[in-house]
Ligand binder design. Structure first.
Ligand code: NAG
Ligand code: NAG
Length: 304
């Protein structure tokens, strides 16, 4: 019994010693620390680090800073890519060139959708590369055109001047509120067709106000339109001034454009004993709306 035990012990020890001799442990603690650099080098050799080449012109975003960037920048085109994907790599130089052409007008962003699983899931990215234009933090349009700098930049410019954007969820509505200072919202039967066209036409006359449309009663309510309102309904929100003005005329481009003209500039007028008389005789005061009485006379916003 004792003999077998000793034999077994000897056998195990010799196996261990033999193994150590053949495969000496080379990875000390220091080596383990150095591993990330090695990985990066390997990647460079496989040339999967190509996105770095465009860092000068294209912003790179991940799950941690995506929302913050979207909250601060109005027109953002996002390229969801995978770094192993040939078509992503092929598009990148054209995308970066488009970014240069659009400098000051729109931001072009790359997101590694293969790594950033949460973002990929949120935006349902099923193919690489996928290109979207976000306006005020909300995804609005997908790009399907020819992947060249000229076509991309022309497309972004065209979408930016469109003037009317859609809101489908209250989540999107919330994001828009953090970006916009004033906006028009149309609560429509349909996102396409007559009503939408009238709204879009009116928006062309007001490049300084952003026009949105929705068919969702929840979104309408979020923007202070009563969900039971008869469609089409429209409201002007002056968020800085905390003012909501409903539109009460016929839903035509001209009536909407006029309404926006009269509502968009709350003039700041200081009421003094000298101008009080004049201000109160202003015919525009007929536009007074309910509880905002005396605060809003016509288009004037008073500081008392
Ligand atoms: C990686 O690819 C880019 C072009 O996509 C090329 O300019 C660069 O030289 C390549 N780098 C390496 C290390 O092969
Ligand atoms: C977002 O985070 C990534 C990773 O930390 C970084 O490379 C990138 O520059 C950041 N983008 C912005 C706009 O801060």
């Amino acid at each position: 019994m004792e003999k077998t035990k000793t034999l077994l012990l000897l056998l195990t020890s010799s196996i261990i010693l033999f193994k150590l001799y053949l495969f000496p442990p080379t990875q000390s603690h220091e080596d383990l620390k150095a591993e990330p650099d090695e990985l990066e080098l390997t990647n460079l050799n496989n040339n999967h680090t190509w996105p770095l080449l465009y860092a000068k012109d294209v912003v790179s975003l991940n799950g941690k800073n995506f929302s913050e960037f979207m909250g601060k920048n109005r027109n953002v085109m996002v390229m969801f890519y995978a770094n192993w994907c040939y078509w992503s790599k092929k598009l990148a130089p054209e995308f970066a060139a488009a970014a240069k052409m659009l400098k000051g007008e729109a931001d072009l962003v790359m997101v590694d959708a293969y790594l950033e699983k949460d973002l990929a899931k949120e935006y349902n990215i099923l193919a690489y590369p996928t290109l979207y234009l976000f306006v005020a933090g909300v995804r609005q349009f997908q790009f399907f055109g020819e992947r060249t700098r000229d076509v991309i930049s022309a497309w972004v410019r065209e979408k930016m001047t469109l003037g009317t954007y859609s809101i489908t969820t209250t989540d999107e509505a919330e994001r828009i509120l953090t970006v916009e200072s004033k906006l028009v919202l149309g609560f429509l039967h349909d996102l396409e067709g007559m009503e939408s066209e009238e709204l879009a036409a009116a928006s062309k006359l007001h490049s300084d106000v952003n026009f949105y449309q929705t068919t969702s009663a929840d979104v309408a309510e979020f923007f202070h339109i009563h969900p039971k309102s008869k469609r089409p309904a429209l409201i002007f929100l002056h968020l800085e001034a905390g003012k909501a003005t409903p539109f009460r005329h016929q839903f035509t481009r001209l009536a909407i454009a006029n309404f926006v003209t009269h509502t968009k500039h709350p003039l700041v007028v200081t009421l003094t004993i000298h101008n009080a008389q004049f201000v109160f005789q202003d015919p525009r005061k007929q536009v007074i709306e309910g509880p905002l009485l005396l605060l809003i006379l016509g288009n004037s916003y008073f500081c008392f």
